[in-house]
Write a protein that binds this ligand. Structure first.
Ligand SMILES: Nc1ncnc2c1ncn2[C@@H]1O[C@H](COP(=O)(O)OP(=O)(O)O)[C@@H](O)[C@H]1O
Ligand SMILES: [Mg+2]
Length: 413
């Protein structure tokens, strides 16, 4: 394609340049092309500009400052442990390159703000930075990028603006649709989750809060499923010296070594993936029938694992069990998981034992929603401060010769 077909003129310095997809010349600051703006917060301005300076193309994955008057119909749709999520319409819509018009269309977006708290602004910035870093690769840039940041002038809350996912999170999706989700679909979801996890891990980052509420389900027009990992609030580089004190997260997904006071590692993310694999067999959230309290904590430390349906194909059962191994060194890596699922799904060769399991499931499971949640089963991330108390207790009857801990629940819990 001759560059003469696309004579370009920088709207700032008016010099001509020849790249067909670039709407500004590299010498000029983005703001001179996109207009002057400020978020009113120096750290946020710097973060947005950092993403802009790293990119060269108009439709690349960089953040925009989105004035709140370009957003309308804000409505609450979700609440996690740290933030509130809204749906809204972004009047300008996402950037995409069109040589003649650079046309942008209004689109539905999700807005996420963090609940107020002393450190919430710093956590917000960390979450945006991690989300950006994870998606700043050619593989991930189109999967689930943020569009930009905004601020609600009434509440003063800063907001992440990102694609809205109609099917919501994996936990609620399985709750409603498990009886119709066959293994082909579930293997597609697991493949895409493992694929994304392998990219997070290849960037030496640990998600640290992987669970069904932090995976969003997308279904394409052919009915194929995809799981997007979201909520990078606790995600950190393995190089960061995260001070491990309190344990944060959703109890059933936290690896025993972390519950014992250890650090989150790539292997502790794999443990959480193993819990999700179990849930894919039963359609039930792990330990949904019991309180997520110190008693469950002690049982997990003593080796209790989430239910996995007996009828599960053997190779799948064995892989899930390896992910849940008490010894993190025995767990598979994310690339192994990705290869396992890719061999069964991408090649469209779902092995026959999964088809057989689909047939049997029809007899085993009643139609419709079948989960009964214990009122103290808590699936939003939180500070599990009771883990500290248990670890601080002189674990009276610790068996020195084994990694097992034999604890009774003390009366004062
Ligand atoms: N982009 C999105 N589209 C649709 N729903 C979303 C989106 N992001 C989050 N949600 C919903 O909001 C819930 C909480 O979001 P999350 O980012 O996990 O917040 P928290 O940090 O508080 O856990 C999710 O479990 C999901 O149901
Ligand atoms: Mg969450």
């Amino acid at each position: 394609m001759s560059t003469n077909q696309f004579p370009k003129q920088c709207p700032n310095c008016l010099k001509r340049y020849g790249d067909a997809t670039r709407p500004w010349c590299k010498k000029c600051d983005f703001s001179k092309v996109f207009g002057e703006w400020t978020s009113g917060d120096e750290a946020i301005d710097e973060l947005i500009k950092m993403t802009q300076n790293r990119q060269g193309n108009y439709d690349d994955n960089f953040l925009e400052w989105i004035p709140f008057d370009r957003i309308r119909d804000k409505q609450k749709v979700g609440q996690g442990g740290y933030g509130t999520v809204y749906s809204a319409e972004w009047i300008d819509g996402k950037r995409y390159w069109d040589q003649s018009t650079r046309a942008r269309q209004p689109c539905k977006v999700a807005l996420k703000c963090l609940n107020s708290g002393t450190e919430s602004h710093q956590i917000f910035i960390e979450e945006v930075r991690s989300h950006y870093e994870v998606h700043n690769t050619s593989f991930m840039s189109n999967s689930f990028p943020m569009y930009g940041l905004s601020q609600d002038p009434d509440t003063k809350e800063y907001l992440i603006v990102m694609p809205f996912v109609e099917n919501g999170n994996l936990r609620s999706f399985l709750n409603k649709n498990f009886h119709v989700a066959d293994w082909e679909f579930k293997l597609q979801l697991l493949y895409s989750i493992a694929f994304r996890l392998s990219h997070i891990h290849s960037r030496n980052m640990v998600h640290r809060d992987l669970h069904g509420g932090n995976i969003l389900v997308m279904i394409d027009k052919d009915g194929n499923g995809r799981g997007e990992i979201t909520d990078f609030g606790l995600c950190r580089s393995t190089a960061d010296n995260v001070e491990e004190g309190d344990v944060f997260g959703v109890l059933p997904y936290i690896a025993p070594e972390v519950l014992k006071g250890g650090t989150h590692t790539l292997a502790s993310d794999i443990y959480a993936f193993g819990v999700i694999m179990c849930e894919m067999t039963t359609g039930q959230s792990a330990f949904c029938d019991r309180a997520h309290d110190v008693s469950l904590l002690i049982d997990i430390l003593n080796g209790t694992q989430p239910k996995i349906l007996d009828d599960t194909p053997k190779e799948y059962y064995q892989l899930a069990k390896r992910c849940l191994d008490a010894d993190p060194d025995n767990r598979p890596g994310a690339w192994e998981l990705r290869n396992f699922f890719s061999n069964r799904y991408v090649s469209k060769s779902v092995p026959p034992e999964y088809r057989v399991a689909d047939e049997r499931k029809k007899d085993l499971l009643p139609q419709g929603s079948h989960q009964i949640y214990h009122t103290d089963a808590i699936y939003t991330s939180r500070n599990l401060s009771f883990t500290k108390s248990v670890n601080q207790l002189k674990i009276a009857n610790r068996n020195q010769d084994s990694s097992q801990i034999n604890l009774q629940v003390p009366d004062d819990f």
